[in-house]
Each structure stands twice: as C-alpha cells, then as structure tokens.
Design a protein around this ligand. Structure first.
Ligand code: ADP
Ligand code: MG
Length: 563
C-alpha cells in the first residue's frame, strides 16, 4: 500500500515511520511535491489549502536530503506561530525516527531566547522558527543562515497577514544564494507573488485541489452571444487584445481542432493541442507555446494539463465546463507570479445558470462585458501598431546600406502622408473586415436592469407586507425529493437570510426544485445570502427566475437538476 510513497523515491526508513503515523497514500500536494523535491533543486511554490498535508510534502524530502554527518544547520522552516513551530518540529522528529540522528530545533518568540540559543549551539540540522525570533537569532550570530540549503516559507500568506513582511525580506535577502526555496500557501495574493518574484528563482508552481483565491489577480469576464456567433466573438476578443497570450479551452478534440483550424485560416498565430495528436506533435506545439512563438493555444482540459506557463494574459472558455472546479483550474492558469490575468467566457443565454453556479461554488464574480465592436477593435489595433512603431529598435548598421534607396523612394512623401501610409499598411486589414460588423451581443442589458424588467413584467403587485408591494420569484434547487415540505423550505431559506425583516412570500414546492417569492427590494441581499451556500453536501443554487415558469412549459427544462 505504501507503493506510491516508495515510487516517489522516499527511503524505506522514512516510509516505515510515516506508516506508523497512519499515512498510507500521499495526499495530492505530497504526490506532486515529494518527487519534485527529491529530484530537483528548482525552487517551488506549493498552493494547497490547510489540512492537505503540506508539512510532510516538504518535510519528508528535506529530512531525506539532510546530511547527518555535517553539524551545520541545513534547513530553515519559517512559519507564522509558535504552535505551528512546535507541530512541525514534532512531525519532523516523527518522520526521522528511523534515520541516523537528525536534530530539529524550534525557535519562537515569547519563550526564553537563552534556552533556544543553547540548543542551537549544540548544532542542529533543521531550525523551525517564527520570522521575528529567527531574525533576532541571526543578528546575535547564533543562527548561521549562510549554511542553509533548504529554506521553507510555510503558510506564507498567514505570515504576511501577521505583519512579518519586513522580517521575511531581511531573512530572505541575507540567506545564501545557492539554496532551494520553497513557499507554501493556501492563497496567492499579490504580496506573495512579489516575494516569489524577488527571492525565488524560476519556481515550479504546484497546486493541488482548489486554490482558494488565486483568483485575486484574475478578473472573470463573460460575453453573451448567440451560440452561432461564438467563433466570431472569439475573433473579436483576440483582435481587441493584440498582445494576447493565452489558452482557449474547448470541450472536445474535434472542436479544439476545428477552432484552431479556423483561427489559423483567418491568420491568427494559433494551434491545437489535444489527444488525437502524436506525442511528437504535442511536444512541438507545447514548445512553441511555451517559448511564446505561439500566441493562442486551443486545447482540451486534459491536454492542457502539462502546460506550465506563468505569463498567460488570458484564458478563454470557448465553452463553459460543467464542473466549477474545472473552471477554477482553467482560470487559475492566468494571473500567476504577480501578473494580472483575465478569464473570459463566451456564453449564450442558456448557459447563464452555469455562470451563477460557478459564482456560488467558487466565490468569484463574473462581470458582463460587451463584445467589442468594429470601432473598438480598430482603435486598439491602431494604438498597438503606433506603440510598436515607437518601440521598434533601429538596427543602424544593417539598414544603412538600404537607406539611400528608401529615402529616394519615400523622400517625396510629406510627413503626414508618410505616417498615414505606414499605419494604413497594417490597419486596412482590420478596417476592411470590421467595416459593417454587426453587434454580436445577445443581450446588452445588464443583469440588474433585466432583473427589474422581469419583476415588472411577471410579478403580481399589491400583496400585503412587501415593502414595495413587488415580489421577485426565485428558483432553488431543493424540493420534496430532498424530504422537504413547504415549512421546511421556508426554514431553509430563512436560515440563510440573516435579515429577519425580509418577508418570504409564496412557496411552490416541486419534486427536484422549488420556487419562492421575496420582496424584490431585497434581490441583491437574497442572492448574496445564498452565495456559496450548501445543502446536503451540494451547492445550493438560488436564482431569480427569468420568466414565470408555468406560463411556458419549455422553460421548465432549464431548471432540471443536473444528474
Ligand atoms: P497542512 O500543512 O496542509 O495544513 P498538515 O501537514 O498539517 O496539513 O497535515 C494535516 C494532517 O493530515 C496531519 O494530521 C497529518 O498527520 C495528516 N496527514 C498528512 N499527510 C497524510 C497522508 N499522506 N496520509 C494520512 N494522513 C496524512
Ligand atoms: Mg501546514
């Protein structure tokens, strides 16, 4: 059963000790991190939520790589609190139970520094400490930071929250440069990315499970178009972002190939990556993409898994995935290493409920954007072109010999004509294409105003109690099949609405779902109250209904529970 730990390359002695601790199988972050750390000196960023086994993820390989014969301090683990210092120290001692003596010391504030100095003087291989105390000990020359080969920042986001930024900066900049730095964090806010950028070298980024908020650098946009206009919208998105560097996610291999073929035929720097290609073809495409020679990679989720590029400006969801986690995984490929990123979804009306589901599950907010029109695109392209001209490097020695001829040819044109002709050379292409470009937006109204309209059209005014006499009707994905009756539904709703003044109106109980009414002046509050809510282990979906569902039978389909 310990096969997977063995395969990662861990020593038998370590496997014995962790099996005594009840470890049977590596957790996802351990699976990815241990083999990396045992075989590579490359820096590493590990993103995973708490409780996912990060201590062993870095601890086991470090223990294995310590040289017990040397008395130098070889590893420094920085963590935010005294409790964590003690916990990590205890774990390390357990991991190394069957190895030749490896010594670990915990150093933290609020305890006698003299005792800690004494233990350091004996020579310890691994020091686990809080940043403030560690810095203090470095200043007193009791902790030799210039012998450290492994430096770990554990719970880096917490350390920053606790105000250790300056201490970390000082420690990191005084450590010896030939070291392996590992940073573990549950989230990746800008400041962490900054630390990674300043003090880590070409870090490998490993994330396991859902990153709870890599999203901080990522904006989520969506464009609402007719299904038939998907491809045209994609082109406009590419055109209005001339320097785009991104992945376009499709559902199937066929669709992937089709979209890539069309883009190539339309003159875009794009290619496809999917499982129907040979390994050699895939390697070639990946290489071109990785090195930036390819701007747009059209890929399936599976094929894109191996791509590790930190500089992506955009992720485009040509189709939305059914699973919110996959959306997060896709969008988390942009906005890395301190850069900001945009995750774009091209959706049609029927997919709007998917957006809402992703929002609720993933705690992100989608912003609706208008599909750029011809004029926006021409403007962007024009400015981009002008920037390129301004920034172009002049290779004097090489063009010198052609200049007389060029001056002779162009010398007759006055300055204005020359500028205009230069720009037109490239720009005409876009002008021509977008001359009579139609508006692709399926619904240019914003969420809010359309909600209002709905309320006005469908809802029955003048009921007692409603502050404005207007109720909004909501869909909720819970019904009699969940063992609920009307009072239970009301109780469920009320338990999420903190505000007791909100009146719940009529409830229609169905088998798989229900409808309920709430004073429409609380629309926003109601939707917020259910954001991220769960019921019986699944996301609770609450939406404003678009139409009165019983007027039009075909609308019922939309509310079917997904199997
Ligand atoms: P994190 O650092 O992500 O918060 P920890 O390293 O503290 O997570 O691990 C959380 C708990 O899971 C600990 O009790 C640890 O002993 C246990 N654990 C870690 N890895 C495994 C494993 N592979 N199998 C079983 N339990 C594990
Ligand atoms: Mg931890």
């Amino acid at each position: 059963m310990m096969k997977e730990f063995r395969e990662a390359g861990l020593l038998e002695e370590i496997i014995d000790s962790i099996s005594e601790m009840g470890f049977v199988k590596p957790t996802p972050i351990q699976d990815k991190t241990i083999s990396h750390l045992l075989s590579s000196d490359r820096d590493l960023i590990g993103l995973a939520q708490t409780g996912t086994g990060k201590t062993a993820a870095f601890g086991l390989p470090i223990i294995q790589r310590i040289d017990p014969k040397s008395r130098n301090t070889q590893a420094l683990i920085l963590c935010p609190t005294r409790e964590l210092c003690m916990q990590i120290t205890k774990d390390f001692n357990s991991y190394s139970k069957y190895l030749p003596k490896i010594s670990v010391a915990a150093v933290y504030g609020g305890a006698s520094i003299d005792t800690q100095i004494r233990s350091l003087k004996k020579g310890v291989h691994i020091v686990v400490g809080t940043p403030g105390r560690v810095l203090d000990l470095i200043h007193r020359h009791c902790l030799m930071i210039d012998t450290i080969s492994f430096l770990v920042l554990d719970e880096a986001d917490e350390m920053l929250n606790m105000g250790f930024k300056e201490d970390l900066d000082t420690i990191l900049s005084s450590a010896k440069s030939e070291r392996q730095t590992m940073l573990f964090s549950a989230t990746m806010p800008r400041e962490i990315a900054q630390i990674a950028k300043n003090y880590m070298r070409d870090p490998e980024e490993i994330s396991a499970g859902q990153k709870n908020a890599g999203a901080e650098n990522v904006e989520h946009h969506y464009y609402l178009v007719h299904a038939r206009d998907r491809y045209l919208a994609l082109k406009r998105i590419a055109d209005v972002n001339p320097d785009i560097y991104g992945i376009i996610f499709c559902r199937t291999r066929e669709e992937t190939q089709e979209v890539a073929d069309k883009l190539i035929a339309d003159g875009y720097n794009a290619d496809a990556l999917h499982g129907n290609l040979s390994q050699a073809q895939r390697d070639q495409v990946m290489n071109r993409f990785r090195t930036g020679h390819l701007q747009l990679l059209v890929a399936t989720d599976v094929a894109a898994r191996g791509i590790d590029v930190n500089k992506l400006s955009h992720i485009i969801n040509y189709n939305l995935p059914d699973d919110p986690d996959i959306y997060l995984h896709r969008s988390g490929r942009t906005g890395r290493a301190g850069r900001s990123g945009v995750s774009i979804s091209v959706v049609h009306m029927k997919e709007k409920s998917k957006l809402r589901m992703i929002e609720q599950r993933s705690k992100i907010r989608f912003e609706q954007k208008k599909v750029p029109g011809g004029i926006n695109i021409c403007e962007m392209q024009l400015f981009n072109l002008v920037d390129k001209v301004v920034n172009a490097e002049i290779n004097k020695s090489q063009i010198e010999r052609f200049l007389p001829y060029i001056y002779e040819k162009l010398g007759e044109l006055d300055r204005d004509t020359l500028i205009q002709k230069f720009i037109s050379l490239e720009f005409n292409r876009f002008l021509e294409y977008y001359k009579d470009a139609p508006d692709l937006n399926q619904n240019v109204q914003t969420f809010k105003s359309s909600d209002r309209d709905r309320v006005r059209d469908n809802y029955i005014p003048a009921r007692s109690g409603g502050k404005q006499g207007i109720f909004s009707r909501y869909f909720i994905n819970a019904g009699s099949r969940d063992g609920l009756d009307k009072p239970a539904i009301i109780k469920l709703i009320a338990s999420h609405l903190r505000n007791r003044d909100i009146e719940i109106g009529k409830v229609d109980l169905m088998k798989n779902f229900s409808f309920f009414e709430i004073d429409s002046s609380y629309d926003r509050e109601t939707l917020n109250a259910f954001s991220g809510a769960e019921f019986k282990g699944r996301p609770l979906i609450v939406e404003l209904t678009e139409k009165k569902p019983f007027d039009k039978p075909q609308d019922k389909k939309k509310f079917k529970r997904k199997k």
